[in-house]
Design a protein around this ligand. Structure first.
Ligand code: KG4
Ligand code: ZN
Length: 336
C-alpha cells in the first residue's frame, strides 16, 4: 500500500464522516448524515454533538473496513479543527487525539475551509496552482486565491448570511423541508428564473451579502399571500427559480470580477452549494464564454466529508505540518 496512510475525521457541523487515504489516493469515505435536525428546521448544536458521539465509532470502523486497512497500517490521524460548532468539533478532535495517542501516531489538524478547497485534488481533473476558488456552504461564502495547498488568501466573503443559508432560509419561507437548498434546486428546474425579480446584493470589493434577498422574499411573500393564500403553492417553481437565479447572479458577479482582476483563468467551486445544478450550469457556461477552465468536485466531495480532510492532511503530512495533543478545536478558525 502506498504511504502515508491517513485516517481522517470530519465532525464540524451535522455530518459525521471518516475517510482513509493512502499515498494521496482515496480508499474510503463514509458519511453519516444526521436526520435529527429536520424537525427543527436547522442544526441544533447540542443534538449534533450527541449524534456525532453515536455515529463516530461505527463510521470509523466502516471507513477502515472499506479501505481494507487496520489500525496498525495508519501513519497519521487527522481531524477537523475548525471552523464549525464547538461541541461537534470537540467530539471529532477528542476521538482523533485519543486514537493517535493510543496508536502512537502523529496527529494532523485540518482547517475545514481549506479542506473544501483541496477536495479538488481527490480526483482528476485537478486544477493547477494558482487558481481562484469560490467556497459556498451552509456556513461560509469565500473567494480564495489558492497559491498552493498551504498558501491561500481570502479576498472576499459574505458580510451576513452564507450562500447555503440564503438557500435554506428562503426555502423555509416557502415551506420546504430543511435543508432547503436541494429542494429549492429541484423545484427551480421547473420554473421561470426571471418571473420574480429579487435584489442582487451589491457589495464593494469581492464581498457578498444575502440578507437583503431573504428580507425581500419575506416581504414579497407576505404581501402576495395576503391577497392569495395559495400564492406560494401556485407559484412555487417560479419562486424557487427566481430566488436561485438571484443567488447565482450574486455569486458569479463577484467571482467573474475577481478572476478578471487577478488574471486567473482556472475557477473552482467548492462546498455544499456547489451541488446546485443551476450554479454548476451557469458557471460552466461562463467558462465556455470566457475560455476559463472550470473545476467542480464530485458531489460526494462537495458536501461535508472526511475525504477532503484526508486530502488536506496528505498535503500537510508531506509538508511536515503536524499538530500535538495540546491542539484544540477553534470554532472560528481562519483560513490563512
Ligand atoms: O458544505 P456543506 O455540506 O456544509 C457546511 O459546511 O455548511 O453545505 C451544506 C449547504 C446547505 O445549506 C445546503 O442547503 C446546501 O449546502 N446545498 C444546496 C444544494 N445541496 C446542498 N444548496 C443549493 N442547491 C443544492 N443542490
Ligand atoms: Zn462544509
Amino acid at each position: 500500500m502506498s504511504t502515508p496512510v491517513i485516517l481522517a475525521i470530519e465532525s464540524s457541523c451535522d455530518d459525521t464522516s471518516a475517510a482513509v487515504m493512502a499515498g494521496g489516493e482515496i480508499l474510503s469515505n463514509v458519511v453519516a448524515t444526521q436526520q435529527v435536525h429536520e424537525q427543527y428546521g436547522g442544526v441544533v448544536p447540542e443534538l449534533a454533538s450527541r449524534a456525532h458521539q453515536q455515529h463516530l465509532i461505527p463510521v470509523v470502523q466502516e471507513a477502515l473496513r472499506r479501505a481494507k486497512v487496520t489500525k496498525s497500517d495508519l501513519d497519521a490521524v487527522a481531524f477537523t479543527q475548525g471552523p464549525g460548532l464547538l461541541g461537534s468539533l470537540l467530539v471529532g478532535s477528542m476521538f482523533a487525539k485519543t486514537f493517535a495517542l493510543a496508536l502512537d501516531k502523529p496527529l494532523i489538524a485540518v482547517n475545514h475551509m481549506r479542506a473544501h478547497i483541496l477536495a479538488h485534488f481527490i480526483r482528476a481533473p485537478r486544477p493547477q496552482f494558482p487558481f481562484l476558488c469560490l467556497t459556498v456552504s451552509g456556513g461560509h461564502t469565500q473567494l480564495v486565491i489558492v497559491r498552493s495547498a498551504l498558501d491561500m488568501e481570502v479576498i472576499g466573503q459574505t458580510i451576513d448570511d452564507a450562500a447555503g443559508e440564503a438557500f435554506d432560509k428562503t426555502a423555509k419561507l416557502l415551506g420546504l423541508p430543511y435543508p432547503g437548498g436541494p429542494h429549492l434546486d429541484k423545484q427551480a428546474k421547473l420554473g421561470n428564473p426571471t418571473r420574480f425579480p429579487f435584489p442582487v446584493g451589491a457589495m464593494p470589493g469581492y464581498d457578498f451579502s444575502f440578507s437583503g434577498l431573504k428580507t425581500a422574499v419575506m416581504y414579497f411573500l407576505r404581501q402576495q399571500t395576503a391577497q392569495n393564500p395559495n400564492f406560494i403553492q401556485e407559484n412555487l417553481a417560479d419562486l424557487c427559480a427566481s430566488i436561485q437565479h438571484t443567488i447565482i447572479l450574486t455569486l458569479l458577479r463577484q467571482f467573474t470580477r475577481a478572476a478578471q482582476d487577478h488574471g486567473l483563468t482556472q475557477l473552482a467551486l467548492a462546498g455544499g452549494v456547489a451541488a446546485n445544478s443551476g450554479l454548476r450550469a451557469a458557471l460552466t457556461q461562463l467558462g465556455e464564454e470566457r475560455g476559463w477552465e472550470i473545476f467542480i468536485p464530485d458531489f460526494e466531495f462537495c458536501t461535508d466529508n472526511a475525504g477532503m480532510v484526508a486530502m488536506t492532511a496528505h498535503f500537510q503530512f508531506e509538508a511536515g505540518a503536524f499538530a500535538d495533543q495540546l491542539s484544540s478545536p477553534d470554532p472560528r478558525l481562519k483560513l490563512t
